[in-house]
Design a protein around this ligand. Sequence first.
Ligand code: GRF
Length: 199
Amino acid sequence: ARIVVLVSGSGSNLQALLDACADPSYGARVVAVGADRHGTGGVQRAAAAGVPTFVDELKAYPSREDWDAALTGHVAEHRPDLVISAGFLKLVGPHFLAEFGDRYLNTHNTLLPAFPGIHGPRDALAYGVKITGATLFFVDAGMDTGPIVAQVAVPVHDDDDVATLTERIKEAERRQLVEQVGRLVREGWTITGRKVTVP
Ligand code: GRF
């Protein structure tokens, strides 16, 4: 299976996928990595692995719609079976969802539907929950609202700060991402309403 990964940050989730894909029995290969900003660790990791990269900055386009159309085109050039947002901090638009809506995965660093948005671990800590985690889901038009593929629970420790909690979540999140993406590409999936079925 051909995978395109979108990143905005350090790319540790991307790295986990690149490492997994090095084993042919994993069944997938990262064919391109896209970013919404220059100079990210994610793009550097891709380049180091010999994977083609592209950057589509929102501010380089006259409107969000133009950006969405350009991003869709750049991803489509690589003919992905699956597109994965691994810390991609932009909501995609209607062009992207029309093209990839049933095969665009995102990983979020809380147990959805609790604490959507970019400050999930901070918000979970501030609320005082004792368990949080990571959620892998197919993206729909909402923010962190799409059909869920898998979740993993992570305990919150009494002495956690945002950094320690974020790191504990990321370890579980990376494992889940690699396991579930492997399962999806090897076995396929169907989405019926909110239900994701892997045969
Ligand atoms: C992940 O924890 C993801 O849930 C969040 O950003 C993080 C991405 O980290 N939205 P990285 O760039 O993969 O290291």
